[in-house]
Design a protein around this ligand. Structure first.
Ligand SMILES: [Zn+2]
Length: 410
């Protein structure tokens, strides 16, 4: 989730930006970034998480618990603030950042950041539902962009009212973005699939059109199957679609579901938490719930604490969901304080639990990163990297060939 930062990096295709009506205030839609990454977002965060902030001094007292326990940010978008990223992430207290890609246009920024900060950044690649209509799955959809947008239920808008939308840059063709997504995931074995998912409230900015729901469902299933195939964790966005998501996970079963699934900025009910964790075939054991003060704090303190308290120990992740590294640490401290309050435990215990859950969810990524670090320290980085690069280059070629075959086969 986010907004203005995203729109900033998207200025060339501003008309394709998305707004989630979930993030409206007094019925007035905010830009996608206003939800989480704009001045509006900061305002929302500051007010809604004020209780948490009161309990979480800026420095957490004498000790920085983020540093002491090695807490990572389970979901964020710092690539949207390239200037701050250029200054480096070394000064952050957060031990790791799982940096979520949201569309083909920002994957390169995620990749570059992970290369610059190899011990800190876990790169993640996916198509956010706000950009679903910009990523076609069939060639017909490239030629007919309107097919990727739904008219609102009240009938108060129609693609024909937005000729500029239909005559602009076409949606990215599947033979372009699909092999690239697969290639990036293979080229970075420590990467994760995300951010993707379902958003029933999203609308295309400047319109009342919505990214096609059937297309969102198709993209979500594609990402889940890809993560399952590559044995990667997945980070999901979900707004007003938890029932559909549960049905999909149940239908895909243990074979079609990723080994670990994070529901980021979880906004569903307490009952749904139980439903997700009881999904059959062991799928329920793979579900993690992640919370941010910037999104979940806006939904009311009581609801936030209820949800935090309902998540099984070990499945609770903390995230900032921020679009600038400058706001990552504060976001984590806010939600850490809320987690401690909800569980009725001290900050240290909550911090230890959060760090352990993060290490569990991102275990494979961290193992690979540590191996690279060790190899680099031993002076064997060149050899190790060369070997892996060769292996992954082969994988990428195979992926491209597979994509071509799929394309040829229709
Ligand atoms: Zn996000």
């Amino acid at each position: 989730m986010w907004k203005r930062c995203l729109s900033g990096s998207q200025s060339r295709s501003a008309r394709h930006r998305i707004v989630s009506t979930r993030s409206t205030a007094a019925g007035k839609p905010r830009s996608c970034r206003a939800t989480t990454h704009s001045p509006l977002r900061v305002t929302a965060s500051a007010s809604s998480s004020s209780a948490a902030a009161r309990q979480a001094p800026a420095s957490m007292g004498e000790e920085d618990l983020l540093v002491k326990f090695g807490i990572g940010d389970a979901h964020c978008h710092p690539q949207d603030d390239p200037a701050a990223c250029a200054a480096g992430l070394g000064s952050l207290s957060a031990r790791y950042l799982a940096v979520m890609g949201t569309r083909a246009d920002d994957w390169e920024a995620v990749e570059q950041l992970s290369r610059r900060e190899p011990g800190k950044v876990i790169p993640c690649f996916g198509v956010h539902p706000w950009f679903a209509h910009r990523h076609a799955l069939e060639s017909d959809q490239v030629a007919h962009p309107a097919s990727l947008m739904d008219t609102p239920p009240n009938g108060k808008d129609d693609p024909s009212r937005h000729p500029e939308l239909m005559s602009g840059p076409p949606p990215t063709a599947p033979e372009t973005w699909l092999p690239r997504l697969r290639g990036l995931l293979r080229a970075h074995p420590h990467s994760v699939v995300g951010e993707f998912g379902l958003d029933r409230a999203a609308v295309v900015p400047g319109t009342r059109l919505q990214p096609s729901w059937s297309h969102q469902l198709a993209l979500t299933e594609l990402h889940l199957r890809l993560a399952s195939e590559l044995r990667r964790p997945a980070s999901l966005h979900c707004v007003q679609g938890y029932g559909h998501l549960q049905d999909m996970l149940r239908r895909l079963g243990p074979e079609g579901c990723p080994p670990k699934i994070m529901l980021h900025s979880y906004g569903g009910s307490v009952d749904l938490i139980k439903g997700f964790t009881k999904l059959p075939g062991g799928v329920g054991d793979r579900i993690y719930f992640s919370f941010s003060s910037v999104i979940n704090g806006r939904q009311g303190r009581t609801k936030l604490l209820q949800r935090l308290a309902a998540v099984p120990v070990g499945r609770l992740l903390l995230e900032s969901d921020q679009c600038s590294p400058t706001r990552v640490d504060a976001g984590l401290r806010d939600i850490l304080a809320a987690a401690a309050e909800a569980r009725g435990v001290g900050l240290e215990q909550a911090a230890a639990e959060a760090a352990e859950a993060f290490r569990d969810f991102y275990a494979d990524s961290l193992t690979r990163m540590a191996r690279e670090e060790t190899a680099a320290a031993a002076g064997g980085a060149v050899t190790a990297a060369a070997g892996e690069a060769e292996e992954e280059a082969g994988d990428a070629v195979a992926a491209e060939e597979e994509g071509s075959r799929r394309q040829e086969g229709g």
